[in-house]
Design a protein around this ligand. Sequence first.
Ligand code: ADP
Length: 458
Amino acid sequence: MQVFTSVIVLVIFFLAYIFTDIRDYKERKVKSMISIAHVISTNAESTIDFHDNDAAAKILSELKNTAPEIVRADILDKNGKFFATYAKPGAAKFDTSLIPYNKKNYFTDKFLFVSDDIGSGNDMKGKVLLAVELTELGAIKKSKFEIAAVLIIAAVCISFLISLSVQPYISKRLLYLVNTIIQVRKTGNYNNPLADNGKDEISTLIKAFNRLMEEVKESEKRKDEFIGIASHELKTPLTSIKGYLDLLYVLEDKEPNHQCVQKALESTHKLMKLIKDLLDVSKIQSGQLQLNITEFKMEELIEETISSFQMLSPVHEIIKEGNLHNLAIPGDRQKIEQVLINLLSNAVKYSPPDTKVIVSARQTDAELTIQVRDFGIGIPADEIADIFERFYRTKGSSVHIAGLGLGLYICRDIILNHKGKIWVEREAKGSSFYFTLPLKTSPSIIRTKNIENAGLII
Ligand code: ADP
């Protein structure tokens, strides 16, 4: 764009310069030819008075030396008849009928015609007419256009080189900004403002982006604090309600009261799970979700979780595949159970009744891989990268099926803090969620404050 604009500006500039120069040249030429015509008309006045054609022709013949660019000169008497004529020897012939005798000066492509009166007013004796060859003007035009062309080409090359050296600087900063925006959108990490010392528009854009990040960070912080406080405040009365309901469930044996207490307990259980998720998210955000690492048998945990789930959802068939031969692995048993429950509850929640859910375990030298496979509604390809984000729910599921979009976010945090990986794959029918756990305790199994930067594979 810069090169293109420079070329247009230069072309306009040079054209204006050349045309002004040519106009000045023509004005100068007209002036000098008019003064020659005037000298001739003054000298020729007496030759007309004395009918001395030879003297008039002699005056005109002097032009050969004084003004060689004049190719033809005529002296006419007052009746318009030729009194004397001069034609430059060797000059190209031209049609004399084209000479505009009635104009003071007149340009054609190749000639300038100039006329001057001999005598004046009532004493008009005749006219002098000069035809001037403009070969010099052609040469001037040619050389000016050549110089302009060379200068334009040189200017284009220079501006191209300059823009080529400036371009990477501009593009680099813009790409840096775009990459950061993509990264921030992906990770939700607003803690790294962009550094830029420029004073141009890109710098203004970067500063505006930094301010925006700062504001979003502030409002995220306030939101997280609110969620933390609100969940905490809700948890205490709810725990006591649950305690009383548990007691009532044992004491009350009359129907339908007993059944009502049971329904109230189920709803309380759902509310407690919701509040626990919100509290977990709040802890993750503030970096306080701690792991309690011990050795535990994974197979046992899978079997326990499956059997309690099978009771809760008898319409699905939950199957275990693979044998871990009593393998004990290091990890936080309760948190891994939370991951399994979450993946199983999603598998059941997003699958129609009478379908299977398969939990399989595979062991390699360094790690253990768990797969939870369902034959349900599946996940759209364009949303697969987002489902581990906080509060994200796929467009299809969010309308019909209850949920907050927190479960997978918490699972991801737990697994990444065990130095494992978690991801999902689309299947022909349904989807498969995978997570891995290292078989040996890593000295760095501690809470990572910024989980978003850890290696998530999707
Ligand atoms: P939610 O409480 O909404 O289930 P999650 O974080 O567990 O929250 O899941 C996030 C979103 O991922 C869900 O809303 C759903 O759209 C999608 N999802 C998770 N598991 C499955 C699954 N097994 N099949 C289809 N979609 C799933």
